[in-house]
Design a protein around this ligand. Structure first.
Ligand SMILES: [Zn+2]
Length: 411
């Protein structure tokens, strides 16, 4: 097993061009005494939309690390993989996010539930247990999550088989589902994963509230923080109680731009001496568009072309993300109007600065999911990135460091 660092940030890099700018953010963090691993995560879906492969992703990561002479920790994450998609990723990744959300609620065999109750039935009523569940509720949770844990076991063993060794980091994700998991349910899930022999080091539950792409958290902050702290107690308890890796920590998906959460999360993890993994992948692609617009000239023309295509293809680009965006179409500016904008106005609308009166969260969410339209432009888009590199890099680095890593990890 490869050990995950205490703090890690999923950075993603849709087009594989921002590695250096992202590393620069981790350099700034290190200058402040913060050690965090970079995790370049990309899902099968993202690869498909962009036309890239896990081999490209590995190459972009290694190239960026080499060029920057960066000696900090980094990983390449096969994000949201399942049995059908894992094979292509296996040789090129050292971090695997096993997505078993589709198996939540699938019926496990009755013997499996009985077996689980025999082993763990009293676990959460014991002295020192981090969360409480009576036997009946525990049986209900086991019935709901055992099939998902069982699937995680299958995927994990498949990766070991493909790689020939257990030399990677395992994350299990259950975030892409309708109903949040409570802290006691998280304990049940971890027990079931331990039974399956899955050495889970990061676990991504679905939290209460909405984690929309590219914008701030929507929900009851107080409730989120108390649940989050309960979840932290569960992951701190699980290694000794269940024999899971001591590096076990929570992973927050769709974690970029959740500005109202970072301060609270940061103090809770420090209070409990816990680690964290924060996935922020899509926010970097948005900074490419901000950087293009900010450089004016041809860069601004490209940013406007991306917006126009996104606007015209709104149904296609939002379709895969309906559960994680909420766009009010009435608030989207018409492309003809955007055509007349100066660079500053475009940047104000798109950059995530809620204090700016020009900020438009609906436009931001649309552009967040619209990277396939840039992928279709092919080299025209990539050439624009290269031609406007200073402005793009500056925005990518500042966003990752100032708006994400520092608020979360800088004391
Ligand atoms: Zn996710």
């Amino acid at each position: 097993m490869k050990l995950i660092e205490k703090y890690s940030i999923g950075t993603g890099d849709r087009f594989g061009r921002q590695g250096a700018a992202q590393i620069a953010a981790f350099r700034k963090a290190r200058e402040q005494g913060i050690v965090a691993a970079i995790v370049w995560n990309k899902s099968s879906r993202e690869h498909m939309f962009i036309g890239s492969s896990p081999a490209d992703q590995r190459e972009a990561a290694d190239r960026a690390i080499c060029a920057a002479r960066w000696n900090g920790p980094y990983h390449v994450d096969a994000d949201h993989i399942g049995l059908a998609t894992v094979e292509r990723f296996a040789p090129f990744c050292d971090y695997f996010t096993l997505d078993v959300a589709d198996f939540i609620g699938a019926k496990p065999d009755t013997e499996a539930v009985d077996e689980f109750m025999k082993l763990h039935g009293g676990l959460l009523s014991e002295q020192g247990a981090p969360a409480r569940l009576d036997r009946e509720a525990m049986q209900a949770a086991a019935s709901r999550y055992l099939a998902a844990a069982n699937q995680a076991g299958k995927i994990y063993r498949r990766i070991v088989e493909l790689r020939g060794a257990d030399d990677f980091i395992t994350e299990v994700s259950m975030d892409e589902t309708d109903r949040p998991q409570s802290p006691p349910e998280l304990a049940v899930i971890l027990a079931a994963l331990a039974d399956q022999g899955v050495p889970v080091q990061t676990i991504a539950p679905k939290f209460s509230g909405r984690f929309n792409k590219g914008v701030d958290y929507l929900g009851d902050l107080g409730l989120f923080m108390s649940e989050f702290e309960e979840d932290i107690r569960v992951v701190k308890w699980a290694p000794a109680a269940l024999g899971l890796p001591s590096s076990l920590k929570l992973s927050i998906h769709s974690g970029s731009d959740k500005f109202s959460l970072y301060g609270g999360i940061g103090s809770i993890i420090r209070k409990h001496d816990a680690g964290i993994h924060l996935k922020t992948a899509g926010t970097t692609w948005l900074e490419e568009i901000v950087g293009l617009a900010e450089s004016g000239g041809d860069g601004l023309v490209m940013a406007k072309a991306v917006y126009r295509a996104a606007f015209e293809q709104i149904d296609q680009v939002t379709a895969p993300y309906l559960t994680v965006v909420s766009i009010d179409r009435q608030h989207l500016p018409a492309p003809e109007e955007v055509e007349r904008w100066e660079g500053g106005q475009f940047v104000a609308a798109l950059r995530h600065d809620p204090s700016n009166p020009g900020f438009n969260p609906d436009m931001r969410q649309l552009v967040h999911v619209a990277f396939p339209v840039a992928a279709k432009m092919g080299s025209r888009y990539l050439d624009a990135l290269a031609a406007n590199e200073p402005s793009v890099s500056r925005n990518v680095t500042a966003n990752l460091w100032k708006r994400h890593i520092a608020p979360l990890l800088l004391v």
